[in-house]
Structure formats: C-alpha cells, structure tokens
Design a protein around this ligand. Structure first.
Ligand code: NDP
Length: 246
C-alpha cells in the first residue's frame, strides 16, 4: 500500500534483523526513512541502496543509541534532510544474558542506556519535529510479561520499563495528536535470537504456534500502527509472540 506516502520515519537500529525489516516496510509503504546503525556500516548501506534502487528515499546514519547526544544529532540530521519527523520507531536493543551471580554491572548500564534511555531521548527529540498525527513505536518484548528462563532479569526489566514509559509518554503527547505504543515480539529469527540454536528449541516448546516469528511479521504490525487507521491506539503494549505468553 501507499499509506505512508509523504511521511518521514526515523528508525533507531535499522541495519539488521527486525529493524531492517521495519525500515524496508515503511519505505515500501511510501515513507522516506532515516535509520541508525552502530557497527554494521555495510549492512546499513545495503538497506539504503535496496530502497533507493526502487525509487525510495533512505538515509543511514551512524549513531550509538547508548550515546544520548548521538541520538539527538541523528534525529536533527534526519529532520534537516527530510523536513520533519512523522514516525519514530525505537528498535535498537541489546540482550545480555548471565546468571545474577555473574552479571556484569557494565552490561546492566549498557542495557539500560540502549533499551530504555535511548527511547526516552529519541522520543523527546523527535517530538520537537513532529506534528499532529505523529507516531512513536518502541520494540519492547514479550519478556516484559513472561521471562521463563534464568539469566534474563536485566533484559526483562529493560523491556518492562518500556511498558510504563509508553503509558506516560502517551499522556504527554496525546493532546498533540501523537500516539505512543509498545510492540512486544516473541522469539523472532535474527542474529540476536537465531531460530536454529538449541536455545531456540526450548523456546519453541513454550509457544502456542511452535515456530519463530519472521521479521516481516513484526514490520507489518509496526506499519499498521504507523499508519492513518491506528490513531485511536495509544499507551498500549501490544504483544505479537506466537502465544509465548499465553
Ligand atoms: P539484532 O541484534 O539482530 O539487531 C539489532 C539492531 O539494532 C541492529 O540493526 C543493530 O545495529 C542495532 N543496534 C544495536 N545496538 C545499537 C546501538 N547501541 N545503537 C544503534 N543501533 C544499535 O536484534 P533483533 O532484530 O533481534 O532485535 C531488535 C529489537 O527487537 C530489540 O529491541 C530486541 O530487544 C527486540 N526483540 C527481539 C526479539 C527476538 O527474538 N529477536 C524478541 C523480542 C524483542 P548494528 O547492526 O549496527 O549492530
């Protein structure tokens, strides 16, 4: 569809996995898309080229989401290049797993900086460039509601923080016609969580559908929330997890 024609999107973490699928889907729906990456410059360039090859507009920006200043500058650069921001997607995330006895404090700090603080910082900055009809979507996790294995406490905490942040931000920005939502995927086949590992077999056993999700399935849901028909959905945490939490 062309439901996002004329819109400008900014995606934190768009070089691989779910984020790359979101970037491509929003572009296919007509949006100009700026997105960030931190280590995968070649993959980011390939995503942008794929979009430009079919006449779309894309801009890959190096910005580490753990650096608040870098996130602000990236959004300012995107707003300058494309005129404003209509859609913000906070996808960048990190997963550090370790038993509580061994969990490193630096991994705690990095998880909070990338998975939580960057969402706040990006929302604050993007809202300065957003008008009526704006959309803010964060990729949380079904682990906010269900963490059925050991070692994931800090990750679960970071994704649970997004539930409350989303509710509060929806109250702040609702009067301006901007919606704020949290999409909570279950296991999705990416570099972070490959569907062919031993761990994956354990996770599949916990799901109603018994299979991993595809990044395109998450991107499709994000595209709906980003579109004009979703204006009455806000402050919500919406789970798309193959029944992992059921
Ligand atoms: P991947 O590890 O496959 O990809 C992560 C993406 O985020 C990459 O584009 C990466 O950029 C970017 N990124 C990571 N850290 C930073 C950073 N500090 N600054 C900027 N960009 C960064 O992850 P997924 O695609 O699997 O996950 C995406 C989101 O979905 C995360 O928030 C994750 O927690 C969440 N999620 C994933 C699930 C899954 O099963 N896969 C399930 C539930 C939630 P680069 O390539 O440059 O490193």
């Amino acid at each position: 569809t062309n439901q996002l024609t004329g819109k400008v999107a900014f995606v934190q973490g768009g070089s691989r996995g779910i984020g790359a699928a979101i970037v491509k889907r929003l572009a296919r729906d007509g949006a100009a898309v700026a997105f960030t990456y931190v280590s995968s410059a070649d993959k980011a360039k390939a995503v942008a080229q794929e979009i430009e090859a079919v006449g779309g507009r894309a801009l890959a920006i190096h910005a580490d989401s753990s650096d608040a200043g870098a996130v602000q500058q990236a959004i300012q650069a995107a707003a300058k290049a494309f005129g404003r921001i209509d859609i913000l997607v906070n996808n960048a995330g990190v997963l550090a797993l370790a038993p509580v006895e061994d969990f490193k404090l630096e991994d705690f700090e990095r998880t909070v900086a990338v998975n939580v603080r960057s969402v706040f910082v990006a929302t604050q900055e993007a809202a300065r460039h957003m008008g009526d009809g704006g959309r803010i979507i964060t990729i949380g996790s079904t682990n906010a509601d269900r963490m059925p294995f050991a070692g994931g406490a800090v990750y679960a905490m970071s994704k649970a923080a997004i539930v409350g942040l989303t509710k509060g931000l929806a109250r702040d920005l609702g009067p301006r016609g901007i919606t704020v939502n949290n999409v909570q995927p279950g296991p999705v086949d990416t570099d972070m969580n490959p569907a062919n590992s031993d761990f994956a077999d354990t996770l599949k056993g916990l799901m109603a559908v018994g299979r991993y999700g595809k990044d395109e399935e998450i991107a499709s849901f994000v595209a709906y929330l980003a579109g004009p028909e979703a204006g009455y959905i806000t402050g919500a945490s919406l789970t798309i997890d193959g029944g992992f939490g059921a």
